[in-house]
Design a protein around this ligand. Sequence first.
Ligand SMILES: Nc1ncnc2c1ncn2[C@@H]1O[C@H](COP(=O)(O)OP(=O)(O)OP(=O)(O)O)[C@@H](O)[C@H]1O
Ligand SMILES: [Mg+2]
Length: 378
Amino acid sequence: MEAMSAVPALESALSKVIDPEIRRPITEIGMVRSIEMDDAGLAVIGIDLTVAGCPMKERLTSDVEAAARSVDGVTDVRVELGVMSEEQRTELKTQLRGGKPEPVIPFNEPGSMTRVYAIASGKGGVGKSTVTANLAAAMAADGLKVGVLDADIFGFSIPGMLGVEGQPTRLGDMLLPPIAHEIKAVSIGMFVPAGQPVVWRGPMLHRAIEQFLADVFWGDLDVLLLDLPPGTGDIAISIAQFLPHAEIVVVTTPQAAAATVAERAGSIATQTSQSVVGVIENMAWLDQPDGTRLHLFGEGGGERVAGNLTRTLGTDVPVLGQIPLDVAAREAGDAGTPVVISDPDSPAAVALRAVASRLSSRRRGLAGRSLGVTPVKR
Ligand SMILES: Nc1ncnc2c1ncn2[C@@H]1O[C@H](COP(=O)(O)OP(=O)(O)OP(=O)(O)O)[C@@H](O)[C@H]1O
Ligand SMILES: [Mg+2]
């Protein structure tokens, strides 16, 4: 083959190479600097990395090599790595923000089709993070584009549960989130040294949440899940301000005391005018070897919270599912692979997957959404 005529074929092959962090074809985001081929069939591909220490360097190089090799007439490939200039990076950031030079919260843009679910509870330790990680993993496994924002600044646990290591890559002031189990995840735990506590007051928490929403390149997500801290504190209020369209999922245990505080977390929605999608009763029972169920934490908490929230909020708040206690779920969380992936047929995984498909089949329509026009207040 004539060396020159291979260049368009190489370009088309490279357009199938997806940047592992940005998740767009490398040809569309200005990463392919040059494509050359000599008569001997040596293809020399110039690639500009977004940042010098790009953690995905090796993967990208081998993907580019493989793509170039697939082109007829190519006998050998050399990838020459470079780094984007400041100007190129700025251009890329603007492109990723959809043409906007300044950060915005993409989920509030008119036309955003991302469903935003905030996983809340009254009490701590009822399984919010476990539920968040598993819903995210189940939805991602179903092919949805999923992001998880760990909004539990003081008690972050998402990096551990999803097995995310390392930090987001910085593109100037834009952060490219790490991806684990096909989930884009961001947590304060990726920024603080291990074992060090986060000691922040309200305004800093507020700013951190804003940065996680606006400065992180989330891309076109189908679903964003927020793992909230327990209770109705500063962070829940910040989330309500930044994401007025976020829908709340309340997690409770069957226990009466847990249910009472869970209701409080749910009824915050009356003040923030967010809506409550439903209630998940976690740790509902333990299946015994003899086939019976041990109701370790009592019964009825989920139904009670759902019933009472339906009355207070005046909208239908169903029980979305009951998740049994399951050793596999705890082990999987500790190991960094959610149980819906590591042991999809275990009792907890089956229940969690059912909730995930229930939530992901809800459409985010424009109904009930502000269209960006502020109605006259009376
Ligand atoms: N269905 C379940 N079966 C067994 N263990 C579970 C289940 N759900 C959660 N756990 C375990 O219970 C503990 C608390 O769960 P998790 O951290 O998800 O709760 P949380 O509500 O996020 O807590 P916090 O309020 O501290 O953020 C974890 O060790 C988790 O592995
Ligand atoms: Mg948690």
